[in-house]
Ligand binder design. Structure first.
Ligand code: BTN
Length: 265
């Protein structure tokens, strides 16, 4: 796979409308960790960290993210945000951006599993981890981490049934620079929509790409209760609203959602 050079990454970042630097590494612990240190050192919105591999790639809900060479591993700094900024919609926006970037760059038709897993034929090709960040003396922002399986032709046994890569789906070697370019363009546009308080546009795009709405889901709520119901809607803060025998239960990002294959609503 064509790897991306620091010069390419910086050019693509500028073209996407971010006035910031790109940092490209061979191996890091986690690109989110590096981005956090850069924010503490005064780096601004749009700063991007890219790595060919990660030794401590992090996933959602305390899981690890399989990060050997062949994937795209990146983090981008967003913020600081003003009061009322809908930070809970950042991962929702990022899932939409990535789905559109995969379509433009590789002709793929991904779907989104709530909140932001990007699926190809029901298997996960990408994961998104948005973490809070604090800008020195300037307020709160986010570290948006995105991992895309690009060139992997196999996965460890524990995720072999649930993971896929662009290579496995298309049968050809993906273009990392082009994927990155489209991703940054859509992230920039999506972030602007949120800054402009146009959250309905982002939510509408998410609904159109969703493979969760209208499906029966099983949800392990963070408080340890498990519910089964019909995924009805995503609300204005990005919560999944699940109809459990007529009662609407809001599901938030820390809850574990499984799509049930046995039935549809
Ligand atoms: C998930 O569990 O689905 C989220 C996975 C997020 C992985 C990406 S890879 C780049 C960034 N750095 C990390 O350590 N994690 C995110």
């Amino acid at each position: 796979m064509a790897q991306i050079s620091p010069q390419q990454a910086s050019r693509v970042l500028r073209e996407a409308g971010f006035d910031a630097e790109a940092f490209v590494y061979h191996t890091v612990g986690s690109t989110n960790e590096v981005a956090r240190a850069l924010v503490a050192a005064g780096k601004r919105e749009g700063t991007v960290v890219l790595a060919r591999s990660q030794s401590r790639g992090r996933g959602r809900m305390g899981r690890s993210w399989h990060s050997r060479e062949g994937g795209l591993y990146m983090s981008i700094v967003l913020g600081p945000f003003g009061p009322g900024f809908p930070a809970t919609l950042i991962p929702i926006m990022a899932g939409v951006a990535l789905a559109k970037a995969l379509k433009d760059s590789h002709g793929l038709s991904p779907s989104l599993k709530w909140p932001n897993d990007v699926l190809l034929r029901g298997k996960k090709v990408s994961g998104i981890l948005s973490e809070a960040a604090t800008f020195p003396e300037r307020g709160d922002g986010a570290l948006l981490g995105i991992g895309v399986n690009c060139l992997q032709d196999s996965f460890p046994a524990e995720i072999a049934q649930s993971a896929t890569s662009i290579l496995l789906e298309t049968g050809s070697r993906p273009s990392l620079p082009y994927l990155l370019e489209r991703l940054l363009v859509y992230l920039s546009a999506g972030a602007h929509l949120l800054y402009l308080e146009k959250r309905e546009v982002v939510l509408g795009e998410w609904r159109n790409l969703s493979s969760t709405l209208g499906r029966m889901v099983r949800v392990e709520l963070a408080g340890s209760e498990t519910i089964v119901g019909l995924a009805k809607e995503i609300d204005e803060d990005g919560r999944l609203m699940v109809d459990v025998q007529g009662k609407m239960v809001p599901v938030v990002a820390g809850d574990l959602v499984q799509l049930r294959t046995d039935s549809r609503g």
